[in-house]
Design a protein around this ligand. Sequence first.
Ligand code: GCU
Length: 402
Amino acid sequence: MTLAWADLSGDGPSASPPLFAAALPSIQEWETQEKPALRVAFEKDVYGAMPDGSSTEVLDHRVVDAAAFGGKGVLEEYRIAASATFDGVTRTTKPFYVDVLLPKDAGRPSPVILMETFCPRWDTIPVAGVTRGENAYSCNGDGMMSGVMHYVFGRYIATPPIEMILASGYGVVAIFPGEAVPDSKEDGLKALADLAAGHEDQKTRWGAIGAWGWLFSRVVDVLETDDRVDQAGLITWGHSRYGKAALVAAAWDPRIDAVVAHQSGTGGASLNRHKKGESVGDITREYPHWFSARYAEMAGREEALSVDQHELLALIAPRPVLLGNARRDVWSDPNGAFRAAEAASAAYELYGSKGLDQQRLDKFNPQADLSFWIRPGTHGVVKEDWPAFLEFLDAHFGRGES
Ligand code: GCU
């Protein structure tokens, strides 16, 4: 399915939904009343309930390579177990690994990009010595599948341009979410049900998108004790399903300072109402483990949802958010994401920021706190994407800034 470029103007089939129905709230009202109420509404209607409490245990921590990438980086690995408490019942994930690559001798704490990825950690940071999972497949193998995958989903689908990222002063944190909460109907639903054993209402039990968002926060628990990490520079990054999770993480966790959500689509940055591309019915049928059962029930009745996705972006304001898109990636509905960003800008304005500062989808403004990037092509992470991501991050966290 393709959508003509002309259809991707800022004026979609309906105007952007207003964020604030009546008078603007004060920042205090917004922070103490409206934001908590919005989170409750998202938990009820979309993502399912988040834990009442959480904790993170480091089981093991070692240096993998003190001079990785030609001496430019220090690579360390953690083995972690994360616990969630629902209604007084605490359950723990199976242990999972996180690889942390920091610029060497940065001379100051480094901002870090926490990445949840489709391909395993050992593809994200391809250094010998990174612990491989039981099922040690690689998206970078010699086989035909690897070639096809890179051809279809782009040069950077498995491995980001690590040297470019390190040279720009950022660390990379590799998380392979399936190690803790599998991305599959059977095993995923089982792991989610087990972690949320104390949550009785099955209709509002959390889905994997919420749990993967929560996972970002558990990794932040570990990074916040590391003084080599800039605690004002914790950036969540995700493509597609993990772009949804990267947004959820920041919307629930104020410690996260910025988000790069690439092609996050339905259940991410794109509006549910009047949507093009993937519908709520499509996504909940194909991925019943991603959201609360109630979101599936609302398919075809999106008007009756108590929230829409511009409110997810609003929960992150005024922190910087980049929404990545592609013209022919109609499934993830760039137009719906643009309209969500337009509407969410009202929350940025409360804090004196402009939010989205572009009239058209193709007028990328990396300086804006809510920025929209669109390029030709389809779904994937391609050559042009990382330079755009870094341009956006440099505008907000670059060496020239403090
Ligand atoms: C499917 C799904 C999307 C998702 C995408 C991805 O296409 O329908 O919602 O974003 O997978 O994660 O690549």
